[in-house]
Design a protein around this ligand. Structure first.
Ligand SMILES: Cc1cc2nc3c(=O)[nH]c(=O)nc-3n(C[C@H](O)[C@H](O)[C@H](O)COP(=O)(O)OP(=O)(O)OC[C@H]3O[C@@H](n4cnc5c(N)ncnc54)[C@H](O)[C@@H]3O)c2cc1C
Length: 486
């Protein structure tokens, strides 16, 4: 049997379910395939920075696969609809009798895979789809009534129970080295037209080797204080692994296993490594579980993939239509330093600290009262870690339209958030250089700086009154029947 492994959002050799299974089962060699799909990437708003990281990671993947005698073939499908035909043709070209891939869960991807499987089976080959992007196959943990969880905490508890029942979280074995290579590897392009990235690649080294090194270093030095450092954007308090999880240069299992290994306290006391031990470790594990939760939501409630609110009643909200506000937010020229710093970090690095993502998204949906879908799209078009499930989950959380979302009356005050989480203005100074020399207190609210000094700084006045806009947003939500008010 000869297998074809179709790589998508799983660009690594280690702990890769499809690659592991295919290399074990094959006796006639394994061929690896990646399909460059610019139409699909545009349709799904892939950021150029994300595509760039993917290509650099693919180059390493190709070299690593070579060590197992597996050649990585590259094919191009201009439109998403062409992908099934391209994969079926590759199966024929390399005389493969089995197709292996790791499941993706977005609606369009599921349809693409169904079509591909149909074509491949028609040609009398077998298809094996693996659970890999998730720790638990969506739908496997359910509420007492057999439904998908819609609240995070019980989902997390059920997941931990599931892990305990399974004897913990385990990684897949290394791929088995093949006797000989089928053909030779194709050159991996260094760019794809239409996805030229302006983000410095030095921020995000490519490849699974770097991602694993980063995970190990985080688990060794940063995970224990994580709970105390994670909310402060001016310090390096989080793992910054999200881009690698998004493209699958690292797996969620590798993350959990590294965290559990770091939890020596729980091991000594023979208690659950997910729920006991240093708070930093248990908290980080629970953050990785948020990603899992949002993927399960995507499967249980596919409407969220189709630009629909999780809470249908919120569809009746009449969001503002203000192109000037939207543009100023995108440019980081709103006059609110913490918001502008976040939006400029996004532009510069293709990434934004989680606390600031919540602040800019809440400001967008509550103070500017703009439609969350516009913010979600702009994030996706710019994030190196753009991942539909988490991005949609984060935006719908902030907009109070989502599952287990921020209650509509609990609107963040961006000013107090700024004072609390960037008290000395380190983060603002880094990304809003025109405010670099402002004193600590005034840096959060430069409109309070006296006249002459103020006129020397090229920085806009705030666009909206925070108090009034907050009240207006709460009122708009209060008028809707059945909206989450807990
Ligand atoms: C409006 C908004 C949009 C977002 N868009 C994305 C996105 O497109 N892609 C993305 O990966 N994350 C997104 N997030 C979640 C979160 O901001 C990032 O995962 C996190 O900032 C990544 O940094 P890190 O790797 O250092 O995280 P760490 O704090 O080190 O956490 C480890 C991992 O856990 C997962 N994680 C942590 N927090 C969350 C969360 N709230 N939701 C889901 N997963 C989480 C991520 O995979 C992360 O890499 C969004 C959040 C908000 C509020």
């Amino acid at each position: 049997m000869r297998a074809l492994v179709w790589f998508r959002a799983d660009l690594r050799t280690l702990d890769n379910a499809a690659l592991c299974q295919a290399s074990k089962a094959s006796d006639g060699g394994v061929v690896a395939l990646f399909v460059i799909s610019p139409g699909q990437w545009k349709q799904h708003d892939y950021a150029p920075a994300r595509v760039d990281l993917m290509l650099r990671t693919l180059a390493e993947l190709s070299r690593s696969l070579g060590q197992y005698n597996i050649a990585l073939k590259i094919r191009v499908a201009k439109r998403m609809a062409d992908v099934p035909g391209v994969v079926a043709a590759a199966m024929k070209e390399f005389a493969c009798d089995a197709l292996y891939y790791n499941k993706e869960y977005e609606v369009d991807e599921v349809r693409r895979d169904e079509k591909t499987a149909e074509m491949v089976k028609q040609a009398s080959a077998k298809v094996f789809a693996q659970t890999d992007q998730c720790l638990i196959e969506p739908g496997e943990v359910r509420t007492g009534e057999g439904k998908f969880f819609t609240v995070y905490s019980p989902f997390k508890r059920a997941s931990y129970k599931h892990f305990a029942k399974e004897g913990g979280v385990k990684e897949y074995a290394m791929p088995k080295k093949q006797h000989g290579m089928v053909g030779t590897a194709d050159a991996v392009p260094t760019s794809v037209d239409g996805f030229e990235s302006s983000v410095d690649a030095a921020h995000w080294p490519g490849g699974e080797t770097y991602a694993l090194k980063q995970l190990r270093s985080f688990a060794e030095k940063q995970i224990v204080p994580y709970k105390a450092t994670r909310d402060f954007p001016g310090t390096r308090g989080t793992s910054m692994l999200s881009p690698y999880l998004a493209i699958g240069a690292i797996s969620p299992r590798q993350c959990i296993v590294a965290a559990v290994q770091a939890n020596t306290l729980a091991a000594k006391s023979n208690t659950s490594p997910f729920e006991s031990g240093p708070e930093g470790i248990t908290h980080w594990i629970s953050e990785v579980l948020w990603r899992e939760f949002y993927i399960h939501i995507l499967v249980g409630f596919p409407r969220v993939c189709m630009h629909r609110a999780f809470q249908p009643t919120t569809e009746s909200i009449l969001w503002n239509d203000n192109a000037k506000h939207l543009e100023a937010w995108k440019l980081g020229r709103t006059g609110l330093p913490i918001v502008d710093a976040g939006m400029r970090q996004l532009r510069e690095m293709g990434w934004m600290h989680n606390r600031v993502r919540m602040i800019v998204a809440m400001y967008f949906t509550k103070n500017l009262f703009l439609d969350w879908r516009l913010g979600e799209k702009f994030f996706m078009q710019n994030l190196v870690d753009g991942f539909l499930a988490s991005n949609n989950g984060g935006w719908q959380w902030s907009a109070s339209t989502g599952t287990d979302a921020a209650p509509y009356f609990r609107v963040f005050n961006p000013l107090t958030q700024s004072q609390k989480f960037d008290s000395d203005g380190t983060y603002i100074r880094r990304f809003v250089p025109e405010l670099r020399d402002i004193e600590d207190d005034a840096i959060h609210e430069p409109w309070t700086i006296p006249g002459l000094l103020r006129s020397r700084i090229d920085y806009p006045e705030p666009m909206v009154d925070l108090g009034k806009t907050r009240e207006r947003a709460i009122e708009a939500f209060r008028d809707i029947k059945g909206v989450n008010a807990t």
